[in-house]
Unconditional design. Structure first.
Length: 431
């Protein structure tokens, strides 16, 4: 049964009043904006795909660790409510639930780019016959720079060893058939398939399980950059069969600017003898403090850690993951589908003379983000983007011509989507 929408505030407010997740919005700080009467009002924040909002409980959580530091000094590693020695373990179960993994398969550590390099040390093992890495054309620079540098580090030429998956559908979208074709042609040369969970520019989702199966069929290792997928989509990383994945936590996971990232290593590699850049904190926990000269990795993802966890940076992640655990990824996805469905309907029925959506029409092929192009070219697009920002409607801009609007189900509402549409209509010279 198709959803019936209305472009009026009473309808939007009724949907929000009936939302079982509506109370979660109150757990976040909404940035203020100066309203028409010069008084601050809440902005309409659609930028959780770039930087999530601050949970209100974060300040208390960080201050508690500061207090322990002041009161306990080094003893804070062993005392206090959450001793620092084991702090990364206090986020493990909730993180595993969000990404659909076993607790031993995930670890919160470092940042996305660092984790990508650490994973490639272990999982990109090129040979003369199989030197290549497959990425999507137009990949985010973090991925592009990292894989190209790894190829060069191993003595190969990116001109031949970096294979880019070209779009075969409008607006830069990629079909599963396109992945099948490139693997059929180049699979015997590809050492690593490294694709996103969600393409950052157009918002397309990728079928992780299908890609992992295809890659493994051709003898490739398969990894994923889930920066735009974690906290956005219900993931089943363990069941996908992917060898590894990496992500950041400052987008949908709301853990703050430059937040601690994460990594997944499938359990079949838990005890594998793999090359890695070893660090003390990755050493087996039971003998770590014997300070022996031989590195013995902790089984599972923990074995890829380098250094002890950054407590003040992990505290916001712990708070945010607890919110996700209470809300549930499936419930969040259901609300996300409603919000993006409403936003899409508003654009297509009320604003089609101004905007076009480049994100897939099929809800199963997209997450919370709708990538929107302004008709009339880049300058007109920038003008609308700046108008929206000036009026407290916060999205983000991606060159050359895309405005990304991402209703995050933890704190966005139907009324926010309607406000966006009304602002665009007010700006349009044809209104």
């Amino acid at each position: 049964m198709s959803q019936t929408y209305e472009a009026n505030l009473d309808w939007a407010l009724a949907q929000d009043a009936a939302d079982p997740l509506r109370s979660f919005r109150d757990e976040f700080l909404i940035p203020p904006h100066q309203g028409h009467d010069a008084r601050p009002v809440e902005s309409v924040y659609f930028c959780g795909n770039s930087l999530g909002l601050q949970p209100r409980a974060v300040r208390e959580a960080v201050n508690a660790e500061l207090d322990y530091w002041g009161e306990l000094g080094v003893e804070g590693h062993f005392k206090g409510r959450l001793p620092w020695m084991d702090y990364h373990e206090f986020v493990r179960d909730d993180l595993a639930a969000v990404v659909g993994a076993l607790p031993t398969e995930v670890v919160a550590m470092n940042t996305l780019g660092v984790n990508l390099h650490l994973m490639m040390v272990s999982f990109y093992r090129p040979t003369k016959e199989r030197p290549a890495i497959l990425i999507e054309a137009g990949a985010f620079p973090t991925d592009r720079y990292a894989v190209e540098s790894q190829i060069r580090y191993h003595g190969f030429d990116p001109a031949s060893a970096l294979i880019e998956l070209e779009a075969d559908e409008p607006n830069g979208l990629v079909s599963t058939a396109a992945i099948e074709r490139v693997l059929a042609e180049h699979g015997s040369r590809i050492a690593l398939v490294m694709l996103p969970g969600v393409q950052y520019r157009n918002g397309q989702t990728f079928d992780l399980r299908a890609i992992a199966e295809l890659g493994h069929k051709h003898g490739c290792v398969v990894g994923f950059d889930l920066a735009h997928a974690v906290g956005n989509l219900p993931l089943q990383l363990h069941d996908s069969g992917a060898d590894f994945a990496i992500w950041c936590s400052y987008k949908y996971l709301n853990s703050g600017p430059g937040a601690v990232g994460g990594a997944f290593v499938h359990e079949r590699h838990a005890n594998a003898v793999l090359p890695r850049f070893a660090g003390w904190w990755g050493h087996d926990k039971t003998t770590r403090f014997q300070m022996g000269p031989q590195f013995v990795p902790t089984p599972g993802a923990d074995g890829w850690q380098l250094s002890n966890p950054p407590i003040l940076a992990l505290a916001p992640l712990r708070v945010s993951l607890q919110i996700f655990r209470r809300a549930g990824m499936q419930a969040l996805r259901e609300k996300s589908l409603k919000l993006t469905g409403y936003l899409e309907w508003l654009v297509r029925t009320q604003l089609s003379d101004v905007l076009e959506i480049v994100t897939p029409v099929d809800p199963a092929r997209r997450g919370a983000q709708l990538s929107i192009r302004v008709l009339g070219g880049r300058e007109r697009g920038r003008a609308l983007f700046e108008y929206l920002m000036e009026h407290g409607i916060i999205g983000d801009w991606r060159e050359p011509d895309v405005i990304r609007i991402s209703p995050a189900p933890l704190y966005n509402r139907h009324a926010d989507c309607l406000t966006f549409a009304q602002a665009v209509r007010a700006w349009n010279p044809a209104s």
